[in-house]
Design a protein. Structure first.
Length: 463
C-alpha cells in the first residue's frame, strides 16, 4: 500500500508539472491525488498505525470506549489526523484568500498606479534596475503572482521591442521570487513556514534579505549588459500593446480614493506580522481584520456615489468573484495529499534517506530542494520538507533554525531557474508568450548564478 501511495503521488506530481502539455488543470489533479491517497491510507491504517506511538497514546486514552481495534484506528484517522491537518491547511488558505482579496481590490481600483505612474526613467539600463528593485520590494508585501502581473502590464507601456521586453520580464520573474523569499507574507512557501511557527518575521527578514538582494543584483549586473541601446522608436509595437482591458470602475473613483484604498490595503498586509506578534493569534485573523476594514471603507465610499452604475462598483462582494479559487483548491489538494504521506510515515523514511545520503548536511539538502523547485511546484516541496522534519527544541531544526530559513530562500529563489518553476514564471510565459527554450537560453543561467550567489552568502554568514 505504501508503494502504491508513492507511485500515485509521483504520477500526480508529474501531471501537475505537465499541466500545460496535458491540458488538465493542476487543481483537479491535486484534488484527485488527495482523495486517492487518503482512501488508500485509511484502508492500510490498521497495519501502519500498529507501531505508532501517537496512536498508542490515543488508545490509552480511549481504553474504555468499547470499540474494536479497527474502529479505533478509523476514528483516530478521521477525528484526529484529518482534523489536525485540515486545521493547519485552513489557516494557510484563509490567509491566502484574505490577502488575494485585498490585492485584487487595490488593483481593480487602480491603486498600483501610484507606483507605476511615477516611473519616468528613459535609459533602458536604469529602467531595468528600477523595475527589478520595485518588483523585489513589492513582492515582499504582495504575492509574487500579482506583483508580476502589475509589473508586466506596466512594462508594455514602457518597452516596445519584444526581445527587450522578454529580457525585462525574465528579470521581473527573478525579482518577484527573490523578494517573496525574505518576507513572511511574500510567498506561499514563506507563509506556510511562518503560519506553522517554523520561522518568525523578526528572524526571516534580517536573515534572508541580503541573500535575496544578492540573488537579484548579480543577474541584474549581467542582464544590463545585454540590453540593446537603440532608440525606442525603432521598436515595433506588438499586438499585446492594444489588448489592455478597460476598467469601468476607474472612471468613478477619484485619485484620493485610489490612494486611500492603496495605503489601507498595503498597510493591512504589513500590519499582519505585527498583529501576530502582539496578539499571538494566527495570521489569518490579522489579514481578515484588514480585509474587513477595507470592506467597510468601500461600502461607505460606494454608498456616497449615487450616480455610479451598479455594474461599475467593485465592492468586496464583486472582487470575491474574481479570486482564483482554482489556486486555492490546488493548495488544498496538494497540502492534504502531502499530509497523507506524512501520516503514513513515508516522509519520515525519505528524510532519513536524505540525511544518510548528504550526511545530515542541511545546506546540501536545501540546495537540492531549490533545484527541484525549478522543475516542480515549490508548495508541495516545502510541505514535504515540513512533513519530513519535525520542529526541534534546539539546532538546525528549531524554530528559526538554519534549515527552515535556508528552505525559505532555496524554495523561493530556486523557482526562477526555469520559467515553469514558479507562478511568476508561468504568468510571464502566458502574458508575454515567452518560450521555454528562450528563457532557458537567456535567463536560466542568470537566475542560477543569482541563486547560488545568494546561497553562498547565506552559508558563509551562518557558518
Amino acid at each position: 500500500m505504501l508503494v502504491l501511495m508513492v507511485v500515485l503521488f509521483l504520477l500526480g506530481y508529474t501531471a501537475i508539472a505537465l499541466e500545460h502539455q496535458i491540458k488538465i488543470n493542476k487543481a483537479a489533479t491535486a484534488l484527485v491525488l488527495c482523495s486517492f491517497l487518503w482512501t488508500i491510507y485509511i484502508i492500510a491504517s490498521p497495519a501502519i498505525l500498529s507501531s505508532s506511538s501517537e496512536f498508542s497514546e490515543y488508545l490509552h486514552s480511549m481504553v474504555d470506549n468499547g470499540l474494536s481495534m479497527k474502529e479505533n484506528v478509523f476514528n483516530y484517522v478521521t477525528s484526529v489526523q484529518i482534523i489536525e491537518h485540515v486545521g493547519d491547511v485552513a489557516e494557510i488558505l484563509f490567509f491566502l484568500m484574505g490577502a488575494m482579496t485585498i490585492v485584487e481590490l487595490i488593483d481593480v481600483h487602480g491603486g498600483f498606479s501610484i507606483i507605476t505612474d511615477r516611473i519616468k526613467v528613459k535609459d533602458k539600463r536604469k529602467l531595468m534596475w528600477t523595475i527589478a528593485l520595485i518588483t523585489f520590494f513589492m513582492s515582499a508585501i504582495l504575492d509574487n503572482l500579482t506583483t508580476t502581473i502589475v509589473m508586466l502590464m506596466m512594462l508594455r507601456k514602457l518597452i516596445r521591442r519584444q526581445e527587450d521586453r522578454w529580457l525585462f520580464a525574465g528579470l521581473i520573474v527573478i525579482a518577484a521570487n527573490s523578494g517573496g523569499a525574505f518576507s513572511p507574507i511574500g510567498d506561499v512557501t514563506t507563509i506556510m513556514l511562518w503560519v506553522k511557527g517554523n520561522v518568525s518575521a523578526e528572524m526571516i527578514i534580517p536573515s534572508l534579505i541580503l541573500p535575496s538582494i544578492i540573488s537579484v543584483v548579480i543577474p541584474l549586473i549581467f542582464a544590463s549588459r545585454m540590453i540593446r541601446m537603440e532608440h525606442e522608436e525603432d521598436g515595433v509595437p506588438t499586438e499585446l500593446d492594444t489588448k489592455t482591458p478597460i476598467n469601468p470602475t476607474l472612471a468613478y473613483v477619484t485619485k484620493t480614493e485610489q490612494k486611500i484604498i492603496f495605503f489601507l490595503g498595503v498597510g493591512s498586509l504589513i500590519f499582519v506580522p505585527i498583529f501576530k506578534t502582539i496578539t499571538h493569534l494566527p495570521p489569518f485573523i490579522g489579514v481578515l481584520l484588514g480585509l474587513s476594514i477595507l470592506w467597510l471603507y468601500t461600502e461607505l465610499m460606494y454608498h456616497r456615489k449615487k450616480d455610479m452604475p451598479s455594474e461599475s462598483k467593485a465592492t468586496i462582494s464583486f472582487v470575491l468573484t474574481r479570486i482564483d479559487m482554482t489556486t486555492i483548491l490546488f493548495f488544498l489538494g496538494i497540502l492534504m495529499a502531502v499530509a497523507a504521506l506524512q501520516c503514513a510515515g513515508i516522509l519520515t523514511d525519505l528524510s532519513q534517506s536524505l540525511d544518510t545520503i548528504f550526511n545530515k548536511n542541511v545546506y546540501a539538502i536545501n540546495i537540492i530542494i531549490g533545484f527541484l523547485s525549478s522543475v516542480v511546484d515549490n508548495v508541495p516541496l516545502v510541505a514535504g520538507a515540513m512533513g519530513m522534519y519535525d520542529l526541534a527544541a534546539t539546532g538546525a531544526f528549531a524554530p528559526d533554525g538554519v534549515f527552515w530559513l535556508f528552505l525559505a530562500y532555496c524554495a523561493g529563489v530556486g523557482g526562477s531557474i526555469l520559467i515553469v518553476g514558479s507562478a511568476a514564471g508561468v504568468v510571464a510565459m502566458g502574458l508575454e508568450k515567452i518560450t521555454f527554450g528562450w528563457y532557458l537560453k537567456r535567463i536560466s543561467w542568470l537566475a542560477l548564478l543569482g541563486y547560488l550567489s545568494g546561497a553562498i552568502v547565506f552559508i558563509l554568514f551562518h557558518l
